[in-house]
Design a protein around this ligand. Structure first.
Ligand SMILES: Cc1cc2nc3c(=O)[nH]c(=O)nc-3n(C[C@H](O)[C@H](O)[C@H](O)COP(=O)(O)OP(=O)(O)OC[C@H]3O[C@@H](n4cnc5c(N)ncnc54)[C@H](O)[C@@H]3O)c2cc1C
Length: 527
């Protein structure tokens, strides 16, 4: 349908369209898979959606991004990948949440943000009851069995549990390089995505300001109706071509440098933790992501608050202190980034997904979930003509801005409640000048109201009130529940106490019956 550049600027009016996705990292392939699973390629001369994924042979993928949210189970199922193929192909393991070590007061304490909701959710708000009469047990253990299960390195399901089903909610830890390869194979072989190697050198604009075509270094021109910018930090369409402003979040979320190591186990049967461990350091934190064959360990820190040498020292000390890791490890890879996001994400016939749209830091694995959400939106709302394109773009921008505000507020929440005062980094995080007004407002509300379902009426939810509760009360936040609004909940005290007792019984049963994460993964790999 694309005879010449002139033609493609208006063909969105027809029933057949071409989507050009530029970039073959996780963002590019997830977007391709999610759209291709819903929209069939054109039949001979008939309607349909042609998806072309273009990747530069000269620019490597980011190759990090190894923790996901449970949404990834739905995404994989939706695009038709079997869980066993995924677990084997991506050296993946089960992730049941995150454990934050040393964030509240320093060494020797930790809390969990698990993926399973408190018992009775969303019919009863156990957090209010816990604040009222159960604070002798930590919040997570009182309302949910997952922390205790994770303490013992257990899996979230039994060997006989069907694919994607669970006893306890989970996402994944995965090898990012292998994930991209699996997605590429699946998208090309099963979903009809066309893959092309080529480096975009120049963007050819149509008269109305849309992108008409991309000129590659080979001289070839690639035309399309919708262009998805998945070019990572290069942001060649949304950034370099359209100059859409970048909103820095460096004054709020200070981390801007990461040192990443693919750490070897000391022995083949070393335990595989089922949570991302996030250990606070003097000017950042260390992530620790366990896969069956290695661990992804990295230090993300603020270059304004520490030196690379000190960050390296802290990372080396962390690895050395762990007897389950080998004595000799490869040197770290350094990644520098600017925390922030675009002001607008969909401009004319170009939409940015992934790091080209923004990235703030690895905490809580907010990047892949945003990619999944953006790609789902594009797929569901795929505009068929230019009038629809303008409306869809406007809505996409509104929602994505809300998502970014939710990401920034949620990540900053992890820092602002710290009682650590041992470095400028932690002191600066508590300085109100660095805390977004929206988060300050929420915190003042949460002093007298437990975060609950009203949060999702107020804004489109990326992180539910469940996540807010686990972080707030894990960090020792106090909500005054003497308010009259809690009187009717107090009438439910019997139900709440029963749920808390049942949670304890469930935890005991699961701890007695679940296999270890390593055992279950070994079985899957042998299947
Ligand atoms: C230290 C660190 C840790 C992270 N940890 C997590 C995590 O645990 N969980 C999580 O959800 N996210 C995490 N992320 C974010 C995650 O890595 C990214 O969201 C994810 O990798 C997606 O990247 P991408 O596809 O947008 O970009 P990239 O992987 O950088 O891909 C860019 C693509 O664009 C192509 N390209 C570039 N220029 C051109 C051109 N001119 N022509 C053609 N093609 C071009 C490249 O060839 C490449 O294929 C982390 C990020 C960092 C920095």
């Amino acid at each position: 349908m694309h005879g010449a550049v002139r033609v493609v600027t208006t063909v969105v009016e027809t029933m057949s369209q071409t989507i050009v996705i530029v970039g073959g990292g996780s963002a590019g392939w997830l977007t391709a898979g999610i759209i291709a699973a819903k929209h069939s390629p054109p039949t001979e001369g008939g309607p349909g959606t042609r998806i072309v994924l273009l990747e530069s042979p000269d620019v490597a993928n980011l190759g990090v991004g190894e923790g996901t949210w449970p949404t990834m189970r739905d995404t994989l199922r939706r695009i038709g990948i079997s869980e066993v193929d995924f677990l084997r192909g991506c050296d993946a393991s089960f992730k049941q949440g995150s454990q934050f070590i040393g964030w509240h007061r320093g060494q020797g304490e930790s809390y969990y943000h698990p993926f399973s909701a408190p018992g009775g959710y969303p019919n009863i708000n156990l957090a209010a009851h816990w604040q009222d009469s159960h604070t002798d047990i930590n919040f997570c253990d009182a309302v949910c069995p997952q922390g205790r299960v994770c303490d013992r390195g257990l899996a979230p399901k039994q060997p006989q549990t069907p694919e994607y089903a669970f006893s306890l909610n989970y996402g994944y830890h995965l090898n990012a390089g292998k994930f991209v390869q699996l997605l590429q194979r699946h998208c090309v072989d099963k979903l009809g995505v066309e893959y092309q190697l080529g480096h975009v050198e120049h963007v050819i604009a149509a008269e109305n300001g849309d992108i008409a075509a991309l000129r590659l270094t080979s001289g070839e021109e690639l035309v399309g109706d919708l262009f998805v910018d998945c070019t990572g930090f290069a942001a060649i369409l949304i950034g370099k071509h359209y100059n859409i402003p970048f909103i820095s979040q460096r004054d709020c979320l200070f981390n801007d440098t990461a040192l990443a190591v693919q750490a070897e186990y000391a022995t083949e049967d070393a335990p595989v933790a089922s949570v991302t461990k996030a250990t606070a350091q003097s000017a950042g934190w260390i992530w620790d992501i366990a896969l069956p064959s290695r661990r992804g360990v990295g230090h993300v820190f603020s270059s304004q608050h520490t030196s690379i040498e000190k960050a390296e020292e802290e990372l080396a000390a962390y690895i050395k202190a762990d007897p389950t890791l080998a004595d000799v490890q490869p040197g770290p890879r350094k990644i520098v980034f600017q925390p922030g996001h675009r002001e607008t994400f969909w401009h004319r016939n170009c939409v940015a997904v992934g790091v080209s749209a923004g990235f703030v830091e690895p905490l809580e694995a907010s990047a892949l979930i945003l990619i999944e959400k953006s790609a789902e939106w594009i797929s569901e709302q795929l505009p068929r003509d230019s009038a629809a394109m303008a409306v869809v773009a406007k809505r996409f921008n509104e929602i994505t801005r809300q998502h970014w505000r939710a990401v920034v507020d949620f990540l900053k929440l992890h820092y602002v409640l710290t009682e650590r005062r041992d470095s400028d980094y932690w002191r600066d995080h508590c300085d109100t000048k660095t805390i977004p007004e929206s988060l300050q407002e929420s915190l003042s509300l949460w002093r007298t109201q437990v975060p609950w379902l009203y949060e999702s009426n107020y804004r489109i939810e990326l992180f539910s009130s469940v996540s807010l509760q686990f972080v707030l009360y894990g960090m020792g936040f106090v909500t005054d529940v003497r308010d009259s609004r809690y009187r009717h909940w107090k009438r439910n005290a019997e139900i709440a106490n029963r749920l808390i007792r049942e949670n304890n019984v469930k935890a005991e049963t699961l701890m007695a019956t679940l296999p270890t994460n390593r055992d279950l993964l070994n079985r899957v790999r042998r299947k």
